[in-house]
Design a protein around this ligand. Structure first.
Ligand code: ADP
Length: 407
């Protein structure tokens, strides 16, 4: 079985700046670094490093030399890549000294995948091959229709999610592999179980794999559901976690191992990725994953629960100063990922959780001490009285003084 990945290749230009540029301003950058990226490129690399026979297809610009090199070095066949005399797809990324970033994307060559190019590539593949696809190139609907009519098995990663994907005929998809954000985009449902029910009830026979970050992943095909835990690593950069998972899962399927083993290998490979900085360079080779399968442990439920305890304890101890950066440091995540984890673990956004904890503390001080409302506001770090009163009423349904009287 071969994998044909019709996907994006990007150049990430990462500029280090003192602060993110604001409208009308010019800032000077102290450092420029170039990285290979794009979900297509990452997934091709992951599947090839896992040992699969991978053919990458898509369009590169006249500045895409470094991307070709990365693909070839990882063992990807690039004979179906089209080179165009245009700018390659790229991202301009500013990273400030405070760790914030700002990104804009120019699709460039990735948006120039035409029907003619697609036809000329697909004619070389058939029903024994897997077509892998994401949502970062042009003509995604057309590729699905044509690959399906050739009898190819289609593995679709609907990332990034856009509304146009809702009109895809999912009866043509074999494997739908998506993360929680994408699943939420499709269904509008945040609960994992309900979300899977919704997708699988609508599209019978579709195999869905939902990745859940540190919570692992869930596989569902008709009545069969398999949960795979994440592996226990210190996460330093979660970029390309999903891409590694997809590449390794499909490579394992090509290898003919069962679903359970494929999920376990994919989970372990993506854990190795999150334990290293960067995208493509952090994607491991199979030899490293085999070692990790021996040395790493799957996260137990208790350990996962610990995460929400740690988040709550940190906020309780730092009511006045708690911020996402602080939580990220404690958990070993990036700031952005810490935000996602808090939502996942507690069901609340960081600011909603902070308000809840502040109100809980205020309620405790109201009942257990004689402190005035002003002192309590000071103690819990509220910015002003009216905000405190509004929040308190929303959570406890009464005013602080009535609450004190009633309790
Ligand atoms: P994406 O990268 O698309 O956002 P996820 O965050 O769901 O996707 O991650 C994909 C997979 O990577 C997960 O199913 C899990 O196996 C692994 N993974 C992600 N984050 C971690 C983590 N902190 N520790 C261990 N494994 C992780």
């Amino acid at each position: 079985m071969r994998i044909l990945n019709f996907g994006s290749c990007n150049i990430d230009y990462v500029y280090t700046v003192e602060h993110i540029v604001v409208p009308g301003e010019t800032v000077s950058s102290s450092k420029l670094e170039l990285f290979a990226g794009g979900k297509g490129l990452n997934q091709s690399i992951a599947a090839a490093r896992a040992g699969a026979k991978v053919f990458h297809a898509g369009c590169l610009g006249n500045d895409g030399g470094m991307l070709k090199e990365v693909l070839v070095d990882s063992g990807v066949d690039i004979s179906n890549v089209t080179e165009l005399d245009t700018k390659n797809g790229h991202a301009i990324i500013q990273v400030s000294s405070q760790g914030e970033n700002s990104i804009f994307l120019y699709p460039g060559s990735n948006a120039l995948v035409t029907k003619e190019i697609i036809d000329s590539v697909l004619k070389k593949f058939g029903k024994d091959d897997i077509l892998l696809l994401q949502n970062e190139i042009s003509n995604v609907h057309y590729i699905i229709d044509e690959a399906f009519s050739k009898g190819m098995i289609i593995a679709f990663n609907p990332a990034p999610f856009t509304q146009s994907l809702k009109s895809i005929d999912f009866s043509k998809i074999g494997y739908l592999i998506l993360n929680e954000t994408e699943a939420m985009g499709f269904t509008g449902i945040s609960d994992t179980q309900l979300c899977l029910d919704y997708i699988c009830n609508r599209f019978k026979n579709l195999t869905v794999i939902l990745t859940l970050g540190k919570e692992g992943s869930v596989y569902r095909h008709n009545d069969e559901t398999i949960h795979q835990s994440a592996f226990d690593v210190k996460a330093v950069d979660t970029t390309a976690a999903g891409d590694t998972f997809i590449g390794y899962f499909l490579a394992s399927i090509c290898d003919g191992v069962g679903i359970k083993k494929a999920l376990k290998t994919a989970s372990c490979a993506s854990a190795v990725t999150v334990s290293k900085m960067g995208a493509a360079p952090s994607i491991p080779y199979m030899s490293e994953v085999k070692e990790a399968l021996i040395n790493l442990k799957e996260l137990s439920l208790d350990k996962r629960r610990l995460t929400s305890k740690k988040i709550e304890a940190y906020i309780e101890e730092n009511l006045k100063t708690a911020n996402l950066k602080g939580i990220a440091e404690i958990l070993g995540y990036t700031k952005e990922y810490a935000g996602t984890i808090i939502k996942k673990e507690t069901g609340l956004t960081f600011s909603a959780l902070l308000q809840k904890k502040k109100c809980e503390k205020a309620a405790e001080l109201l009942t257990k001490t004689t402190m005035s409302v002003g002192e309590i506001i000071e103690e819990t770090g509220y910015a002003n009285q009216s905000f405190f009163r509004k929040q308190f009423k929303e959570i406890y349904g009464t005013t602080p003084l009535n609450f004190r009287k009633e309790n």
